[in-house]
Ligand binder design. Structure first.
Ligand code: ZN
Length: 147
């Protein structure tokens, strides 16, 4: 079990050091900003849709390792998925980090955040990008806050 934890930590540290899809998207057709005042994490999520399919997704921002790695892994798993798939992933992710539910298979690599449920303050860091994505998909304006 501790080997598994080390592996999970490696994945999170790697995505924090080299975040994937970390860029402003000039031709995004949706974007939203998120803020987690408890930790100071800020993220902007950009989405370009093709019909109901997420053609491209990226993010920008500044935050702790958990929030950056979570946004990075989230964007990696979303390309080619429908908005509805994305919402289902968000639900599964949230159930895992808030309720300690076992990671469902569809979460894939996102399972590395399973341990976050033991650290309630970190849950907001891990879900910030997802709340922000949700707002972008719903085309809500303004800043999403975890408070
Ligand atoms: Zn944070």
């Amino acid at each position: 079990m501790s080997d598994l934890r080390d592996l999970y930590q490696q994945v999170i540290l790697d995505h924090n050091r080299k975040p994937r899809n970390f860029r402003t998207m000039e031709d995004a057709d949706r974007s939203a900003e998120g803020h987690n005042p408890l930790c100071g994490d800020r993220v902007t999520v950009y989405v370009r849709m093709n019909g109901d399919v997420i053609e491209d997704v990226s993010f920008q921002g500044e935050g702790c390792a958990i929030s950056t790695a979570s946004a990075s892994l989230m964007t990696q798993g979303l390309k080619g998925k429908t908005a509805r798939d994305a919402e289902e992933l968000f639900e599964a992710f949230r159930a895992m980090v808030t309720g300690g539910e076992p990671a469902s298979e569809k979460l894939g690599k996102l399972a590395v955040f399973g341990g976050v449920c033991e650290f309630p303050l970190r849950v907001k860091c891990a879900t910030l990008a997802w709340h922000t994505l949700h707002a972008a998909l719903e085309e809500k304006s303004g800043t999403v806050t975890t408070e």
